[in-house]
Ligand binder design. Structure first.
Ligand SMILES: [Zn+2]
Length: 121
């Protein structure tokens, strides 16, 4: 990438404004949305959009816990569930299952205690 010399600070700021506007315009296109999703997945989980799509297909595009289809989920997609200490991706979950596991601190003992509590009924 070449170095661009501007004649003034105003000219440089105007060029930056145009570049920013073009980027925002791109991010509103279907291609731009896919690009942004890919960047988010790489940043957050170290996987690409292709990796995500393969994982989703391997689960039949359904939540790994409740088997509810991704199409019924908010945004029509599943959430990446990962271990917070190792970063390992456990699978893709629907909003409810991902939230429930997170609220119980990803703790199997708490989840078992909740199961036992519900069985007392
Ligand atoms: Zn679920």
């Amino acid at each position: 990438m070449g170095f661009v010399k501007y004649n003034s600070k105003e000219e440089r700021d105007a060029a930056r404004k145009v570049a920013y506007g073009k980027k925002m315009e791109f991010l509103r296109t279907p291609e731009g949305k896919l690009w942004k999703r890919n960047e988010q997945l790489k940043h957050l989980y170290g996987i690409t959009l292709d990796d995500f799509n393969s994982l989703s297909a391997s689960q039949g595009h359904c939540c790994k816990v409740c088997t509810r289809p991704a199409s019924l989920n908010r945004h029509g997609s599943l959430y990446v569930d990962h271990c917070h200490s190792t970063g390992r991706i456990r699978g893709l979950l629907c909003t409810n299952c991902n939230t429930a596991i997170g609220l119980l601190r990803d703790c199997p003992e708490r989840l078992n205690a909740a199961i036992n509590y519900l069985k007392e009924d």
